[in-house]
Design a protein. Structure first.
Lengths: 581, 369
């Protein structure tokens, strides 16, 4: 007979509690996030219509050209001023919040940003997109999802890793809603945000993604981002062309990301006041848009045109690609709030269309039309920028429901990512994070451990003395309590260490005469993994910890404390990655 | 029992009110489109109105257009005008029409409030939507015996379906069709047509059939052109095609793919001296019973939900009319809902581009002659 022990009963009870609560939370997050995402997108569209950014309203003023001209010039500048002021005065972070912050938040288990900074950034991105700045909407949406998830995780529900799960749910729901692509939403949350796979987070993100899909598709019947008719890839040799297109796309993606980083650097060095920076980028967009209206905003019409043969002349495509890369880098670097994904989609699809036009112009190679090349280019560039090959392949599949096209895109995406990973990094987000000191390139465990510093383990209870103190007195007063005495000079800096139980007995004279230099010293911000490595060659129990700048001795840390903290952190990560429910 | 009587009571009450108010003036001039459409209006609306109020209806036929209103409305004492919505918006913008409010020209059905009852954007500043009509194309059954045209792309496919095509000499609808034929999803047609690039693409698609186009201008023309064998396909209004099929037994088939649905509206001429009576006429004409009755004569869908359920069989052929309405579920799959405001505001631009394109077309012809 099987006797159910109280502890097993308790475990089962806990698991049931966790499953019910997490599922309910995922539903709630999915619902809230998808409604918020729809509101966000609608608001942007409304601004675009009112502010004469969208083609559909611009054309209605075609007879009064001066209205369109002045709107084109003034709207992005005014939008830039408002965004600049919002971020400068209201955001504690003093910058827009986006996917890198979400990744950091989930990986390091803390909030991605302050709530005030997050709300300000979201409002700023609605204005940026609404006034036609050349930025994307998915970055701000991803943050919006994570922000809502993070809000819910503040409830004390006694569920391990709940903040990371809740944020991932929000992100999955947002992508699912925005693209009408629940599977892509689910995969994006794992591939870009969570970066590990466990049933504990897989189940709720799936629920949230499905909820987002139901809200967007069934309740609101929203149309997909784009639909294409595609007959299929007709020639085997085309897959080779897709692979080559992928390779060239990675060059475009790297150029785009380098310029974006460079632009932010330049913006930081200029003497232009931060409030005015977005307006400068806005002016550039406005001036460019007088000749190239396609550069404004998300460019839905341009996305469509790129899949139509004969819509662009090759030179037009080339000019547009360059303009869009430069203006997006400028807008993001100079402080407009917005993402890089939509511009990357646009740049990629134009590049794909250009590539097809050139291939077709040679007249030697048979192709199955512009559509597959445009889509391959689009996904190859975009996936390299956000570092999400699987997600983008799935987006193609879910948006087009076309198997041939998905396989074609897959080939281009994989080659583009291979090169980009080697030559640049996993994604723009990862490189931005690395520049901020969070390096995810060696794995999430290293990144998480790197944020743990020895300062957390420091003990201030230790024996200390001045170099001139008498050894006899020090021995008499401290030998009972401490094994080691840390000798500190007049600047409060460490001069040396004495093992008083071994060396001070029967010794006369100043303690400085028997002290030895410390074999190992940590600074208070020495990361845990570095401390662990240093311990390998260290024989002893206590390690002095000094301040990074002033070099003042702030405390000591024991070897065992470091090992314990390290093991705890590794255990925590392992539990998170293997948690079942 | 009580519920059955209520609408009748209301009608009676309304009728007596109207009779009392209009004792002095006995005639109202209603301008409409002639043909089977006007015959249907006569039986579904005009005659019952006269019966209920004692006011007789004088009908005048026109072929639409804002200039026509400018030229004729005052001289011919037009009161109520049946208009295409985008023309009503343009006419309203330049003050040719009387501004009206929903409460004055319609009465709520007991089943739901006005706003829920009418289709979205049914009320504009100077007009109220009375029915929805659709521009479709029909082909001659006698010509295509094997494979039959099914899509808008087929309309532009001269290889698969050779022969002349008739189109209304107007940039409305044909530009939309050109983009749909290229593969643009209906949801994005107007966005793309709003760009120079979109217009260029649409006209270049039209170029591909330019030598096979026969232009029509009167709503009755498509039927005649098809019947006489002058063309093998023609654009036209679904109601006209329906009556040609049902009443004249013409061997044609309607292709619903890519149909462009628009509102037909009632409006009141600003020059009218009988605006109060005109408003009462509108109130009567937009009642669910009249709308449903209208749809039994000609398949233009009512703009009120409360009218939909009342629609029965076609009075002559006995076919269920709901299947032949533009908004019938089986027809609406790839329908494009015309954006009247966009139509009105972009008319001059599109006209200008259309004229330019027509002139381009004529050049090679004059050369060969």
């Amino acid at each position: 007979m099987d006797v159910v022990t109280p502890s097993r009963l308790e475990n089962t009870g806990n698991a049931v509690y966790r499953i019910v609560v997490v599922t309910a939370c995922a539903l709630l997050i999915g619902l809230t996030v998808s409604l918020a995402a729809i509101a966000f997108v609608e608001l942007v569209l409304w601004f675009n219509n009112v502010l004469l950014v969208s083609a559909r309203t611009r054309v209605q003023f075609e007879n009064t050209r001066w209205i369109i001209m002045s709107a084109t010039l003034i709207v992005p500048v005014l939008g830039g001023l408002i965004v600049g002021a919002l971020i400068f005065y209201l955001s504690p972070e003093k910058r827009p919040i986006g996917p890198p912050d979400v990744i950091k938040g989930v990986q390091l288990a803390h909030a991605p940003a302050t709530l005030k900074g997050g709300i300000t950034s979201t409002a700023a991105s609605i204005i940026s997109l609404g006034s036609g700045a050349s930025v994307g909407q998915y970055g701000p949406l991803v943050y919006l999802g994570a922000m809502i998830g993070n809000l819910l995780s503040k409830l004390n529900l006694r569920i391990p890793n709940f903040p990371a799960i809740a944020m991932s749910c929000g992100v999955a729901a947002v992508i699912s809603t925005a693209f009408n692509a629940p599977i892509a939403g689910l995969v994006f949350a794992h591939e870009v945000i969570l970066r590990h796979y466990s049933m504990q987070s897989f189940a709720p993100t799936t629920v949230a993604a499905a909820t987002g899909y139901v809200v967007a598709n069934v309740v609101f019947e929203r149309e997909a981002l784009f639909l294409v008719d595609f007959g299929g890839v007709q020639f085997g040799h085309e897959f080779l062309l897709f692979a080559v297109l992928g390779l060239f796309s990675s060059a475009i993606a790297i150029l785009f990301m380098q310029l974006t980083l460079k632009s932010a650097k330049i913006a930081g060095q200029t003497s232009i006041h931060p409030i005015l920076r977005p307006a400068c980028a806005g002016l550039a967009v406005g001036i460019a848009a007088i000749w190239l209206p396609d550069v404004m905003g998300v460019g839905r019409e341009t996305l469509r045109f790129a899949t139509i043969e004969g819509a662009f002349f090759p030179t037009e495509l080339a000019v547009l690609i360059i303009a869009k890369i430069v203006l997006t880098a400028l807008c993001i670097g100079f402080g407009f709030a917005g993402g890089v994904f939509s511009p990357a989609l646009l740049i990629g699809i134009l590049f794909g269309a250009l590539s097809w036009t050139l291939i077709d112009a040679t007249g030697f190679i048979a192709t199955s039309g512009i559509v597959s090349y445009a889509i391959c280019g689009m996904m190859a560039v975009a996936s390299a920028v956000i570092g999400a090959p699987l997600t983008t392949i799935l987006i193609v599949f879910e948006l087009t429901r076309n198997y041939d096209l998905t396989v074609a895109a897959m080939v281009a995406v994989v080659f583009s990512n291979l090169v980009t990973y080697r030559a640049f990094g996993r994604s723009l987000f990862d490189v931005q994070l690395a520049n901020r000191g969070v390096d995810l390139s060696l794995g999430r465990d290293r990144a998480r451990l790197s944020t743990l510093h020895v300062s957390k383990l420091v003990s201030t209870h230790f024996g200390r003395c001045a170099p001139s103190d008498s050894t006899e007195e020090i021995y008499r007063d401290n030998a009972q309590e401490f094994e080691y005495i840390f000798v500190v000079d007049e600047n409060k800096q460490l001069a040396g260490i004495v093992n008083i139980r071994e060396h001070a007995e029967n010794h006369r004279g100043p303690i400085a005469s028997i002290m030895r230099p410390a074999a190992l010293v940590f600074e208070h911000d020495t990361p845990l993994p570095e401390a662990m490595r240093a311990l390998q060659d260290f024989a002893g129990d206590f390690i002095p910890v000094i301040d990074h700048e002033s070099k003042i001795l702030t405390g000591v840390v024991t070897e065992s404390a470091i090992i314990k903290a390290y093991l705890d952190a590794v255990d925590g990560l392992r539990n998170e990655e293997n948690a079942s429910a | 029992m009580k519920k059955m009587r209520l609408p009748r009571l209301i009608t009676f009450f309304l009728a007596s009110l109207l009779t009392a108010a209009s004792a002095a003036e006995e005639i109202i001039t209603v301008v409409s489109w002639g043909g089977v459409y006007e015959q249907a209006q006569r039986r579904a609306i005009f005659a019952p109105f006269t019966k209920a109020t004692g006011i007789s209806v004088k009908s005048i036929t026109y072929t639409g257009g804002i200039d026509t209103i400018k030229d004729r409305a005052e001289a011919e004492k037009w009161d109520v005008i049946d208009m295409i919505e985008d023309q009503a918006i343009s006419a309203c913008d330049i003050g040719l029409l009387e501004p009206i409010s929903a409460n004055h020209v319609t009465s709520a059905d007991k089943s739901m409030p006005l706003d829920d009852d009418f289709m979205p954007n049914a009320f504009r500043e100077c007009s109220v939507a009375q029915n929805i009509y659709s521009t479709v194309y029909a082909y001659d059954d006698r010509v295509f015996l094997g494979e039959k045209p099914e899509t808008i792309a087929d309309f532009f496919d001269l290889e698969k379906f050779p022969g002349k095509r008739a189109l209304l000499k107007d940039p409305d609808v044909i530009l939309e069709w050109a983009l749909i034929a290229i593969g643009v999803p209906v949801g994005q047609v107007y966005d793309l047509l709003s760009t120079d690039r979109g217009l260029r693409l649409a006209f270049s698609k039209l170029d591909s059939i330019r030598d096979s186009i026969v232009w029509w201008s009167d709503v009755g023309d498509p039927g005649e052109l098809l019947d006489s064998g002058t063309v093998v396909m023609s654009s036209g209004y679904n109601g006209r095609f329906f009556s040609a099929m049902q009443e004249e037994k013409m061997p044609i088939t309607i292709v619903w793919d890519g149909q462009v649905i628009n509102y037909d509206v009632w409006s009141i001429a600003n020059s009218s001296a009988k605006k109060d009576i005109a408003k009462k006429f509108l109130q009567f004409a937009t009642m669910p019973a009249q709308m449903a009755s209208m749809a039994e004569f000609i398949p233009y869908g009512p703009t009120r939900k409360s009218a939909l359920s009342r629609i029965g069989l076609h009075e002559k052929s006995g076919v269920p009319m709901r299947d032949h309405l533009p908004n019938s579920t089986k027809n609406v799959d790839r329908a494009l809902f015309g954006d009247s405001l966009w139509y009105a505001r972009t008319k001059s631009l599109r006209n200008q581009r259309f004229e330019n394109w027509l002139n381009e077309t004529q050049k090679p012809e004059t050369k060969t002659e």
